[in-house]
Ligand binder design. Structure first.
Ligand SMILES: Nc1ncnc2c1ncn2[C@@H]1O[C@H](COP(=O)(O)OP(=O)(O)OP(=O)(O)O)[C@@H](O)[C@H]1O
Length: 252
């Protein structure tokens, strides 16, 4: 069985099939990208995987386990983290505080233990801080540790969003349009981070992306969607040469 499998999943909003019987599998260590024109259903698939939406039909499997009915708050604990297209950080908190929130799924201490500040609480805090510092180092975010998110340039906030997801120590990371809003140089940097996340941290990457230069540089395999349905899947070159994909992008 594959590392992660989407099996015949559908999502209906009233009369609209946003996702229509989509199936695909991601292998451990892959960078797998979903592409498609606006409204194709890409973000809806991410929202299904992170369990923000319940599928109308179909199943999701992670490491051989059926996760279709796992509640959203337990998904991070299983080892799946995500970023959002429109950056979801606490604007008026420091970067460090935002990254510590990313450790929430590893919280093991109870409120009463925290009030008494028991040794177990101090040990857990040290461990959270150690992990967060590792991620800060990995993504070269040292200069921004104590800065408020609201004061950071957009390109840095995009990297902090990735950092927050990495702080939960995921096995699978979902990146929703990591290059959106970035300039060419920042997109270049993002492509290096994505490859390093796979190569150095061993995290499997499932990404939604519009920038085809980034898609071509980092993806092992690509899945193209339109109107909620799979048009083609394969290597980036195979998918982009597929007549249905060309027609969807040209709007013919
Ligand atoms: N909460 C919702 N209620 C009703 N319709 C929705 C909802 N969310 C998405 N849709 C519709 O479902 C379809 C798929 O939307 P989705 O956001 O998944 O597409 P997308 O491929 O991510 O698009 P984009 O590239 O523009 O982000 C669209 O027709 C959209 O209007």
């Amino acid at each position: 069985m594959s590392f992660f499998t989407v099996d015949g999943i559908s999502l209906q909003f009233g009369g609209l099939k946003a996702v229509d019987s989509v199936s695909f599998s991601v292998e451990k260590g892959e960078i797998f990208t979903i592409i498609g024109p606006n409204g194709a259903g890409k973000t809806s698939i991410f929202n299904l995987i992170s369990r923000l939406y319940d599928p109308t039909s179909g199943k999701l499997f992670f490491e051989g386990r059926d996760i279709t009915e796992i509640p959203a708050h337990q998904i991070a604990k299983l080892g799946i983290a995500r970023t959002f297209q429109n950056i979801e950080l606490f604007e008026n908190a420091t970067m460090l505080a935002n990254l510590l929130v990313g450790r929430h799924c590893h919280a093991t201490t109870q409120l009463w233990q925290e009030i008494l500040f028991l040794p177990s609480v101090r040990r857990a805090e040290k461990e959270h801080r150690r992990k967060v510092e590792e991620v800060i180092e990995f993504l070269d975010l040292q200069p921004y540790r104590e800065k408020l998110i609201a004061g950071l340039p957009y390109g840095v906030r995009k990297v902090v969003e990735v950092a927050r997801a990495l702080c939960s120590e995921p096995k699978l990371i979902l990146l929703d349009e990591p290059s959106s809003g970035l300039n060419v140089e920042e997109t270049d940097d993002m492509s290096f981070w994505i490859r390093d996340i796979r190569t150095e941290l061993g995290v499997t990457v499932l990404m939604v992306e519009h920038d085809m230069s980034l898609v071509n540089r980092v993806s092992d395999r690509v899945l193209a969607l339109n109107y909620g349905k799979v048009l083609a899947s394969g290597t980036p070159a195979e998918v982009q040469a597929h007549p249905d994909v060309i027609a969807a992008y040209l709007g013919t």
